[in-house]
Design a protein around this ligand. Structure first.
Ligand code: 1GP
Length: 238
C-alpha cells in the first residue's frame, strides 16, 4: 500500500483521523490480539508503531503479529533506525524541527537510507515539533533537545511553516507521550491556519473532550497512546 499520505490528504476536512500509538516495548505480544480487536471496531483510522528506544527484533515481531490482525494502515513512528520494519505500510520520516540536534534533523535519516532501500515502505517526510508538555518526556531525553515554549506561538507557527516550505508532507505537533498538558489549543489553531499540509497532534490527550477540542482547534489526525494503553474502556468512551 503506497497510499497512506494520499488517503490522509484526501480525508482532511472530511473525516477526523485518529491513530492509536503502540509502543512495542510496552505491548505484550500475547495481549495484542485482544487490543487490536478493540481497535478494529473503534473510531481509530491508523495504527502507529514506535517508541523512544526499542530493540530491532521487538518492533519486527510486533509488526509481523499485527499485520494479519487489522486492515488499518500500519505506520512506523520510529524513535530510531532500529524501528524500521519492511512489513509496515509507511514510515513517518521524522525530522525534529524544534531541536537543534543535527542527528535528529538529518543524521539518523542518512543512517536509515541503507535500511529503507531494502524495503518498499512509503516514506512520508514529517516535520516533528516538540512542545513543552509539563514534564520531561522520552523524546526530550533521547534527543537531548529542548521542547519549544507553550507560549511562543509565533515561533512554533514559523517552525511548522518552514517545515512545509522545506517539503515536509505532514507536520506533527507533539507534547510527548504521557504529557501532563497536551499541545495548547490556540497553538494548534495558529499552526493549522498557516499550513496547507495535514497537521498531526499528539501527546497527553486522555479524554474524549480533549480529543474533540484538538479536532476543533484544527488537528487533522490525533495520536493517542497512553490513554489506550492504560484503560481499555477508553475505546468505548470514544
Ligand atoms: C506520543 O503523541 C504520542 O508520541 C501519543 O502520546 O501517549 O500521551 O497519548 P500519548
Amino acid at each position: 500500500m503506497r497510499k497512506v499520505l494520499q488517503n490522509i490528504k484526501a480525508l482532511v476536512g472530511k473525516e477526523r483521523l485518529l491513530a492509536v500509538l503502540i509502543d512495542p516495548d510496552k505491548m505484550q505480544l500475547n495481549s495484542l490480539s485482544h487490543f487490536i480487536d478493540k481497535v478494529n471496531v473503534s473510531l481509530v483510522t491508523h495504527v502507529f508503531v514506535g517508541g523512544s528506544s526499542v530493540e530491532e527484533e521487538i518492533t519486527q515481531a510486533l509488526i509481523s503479529a499485527l499485520h494479519p490482525l487489522t486492515n488499518l494502515p500500519i505506520v512506523l513512528f520510529p524513535g530510531d533506525i532500529t524501528q524500521i520494519s519492511k512489513d509496515a505500510d509507511a514510515i513517518l520520516f521524522l525530522s525534529l524541527l524544534s531541536g537543534n540536534n543535527p542527528r535528529y534533523l538529518i543524521g539518523k535519516h542518512v543512517e536509515a537510507v541503507s535500511k529503507l532501500r531494502k524495503t518498499n515502505l512509503e516514506v512520508i517526510p514529517t516535520g516533528y515539533i516538540l512542545i513543552e508538555g509539563g514534564k520531561e518526556t522520552a523524546v526530550q531525553r533521547v534527543t537531548q533537545t529542548t521542547p519549544m515554549s507553550r507560549k511562543k506561538h509565533e515561533l512554533v507557527v514559523d517552525t511548522a511553516k518552514a517545515g512545509e516550505l522545506l517539503g515536509m508532507q505532514l507536520i506533527y505537533l507533539e507534547a510527548g507521550s504521557g504529557a501532563n498538558q497536551p499541545v495548547p489549543l490556540e497553538m494548534i489553531s495558529f499552526v493549522k491556519s498557516e499550513l496547507s499540509i495535514p497537521l498531526i497532534v499528539g501527546g497527553g490527550i486522555r479524554s474524549k473532550k480533549q480529543l474533540e477540542e484538538a479536532y476543533r482547534a484544527g488537528a487533522d489526525l490525533v495520536v493517542i497512546g497512553t490513554a489506550f494503553e492504560e484503560d481499555d474502556a477508553f475505546f468505548e468512551a470514544l
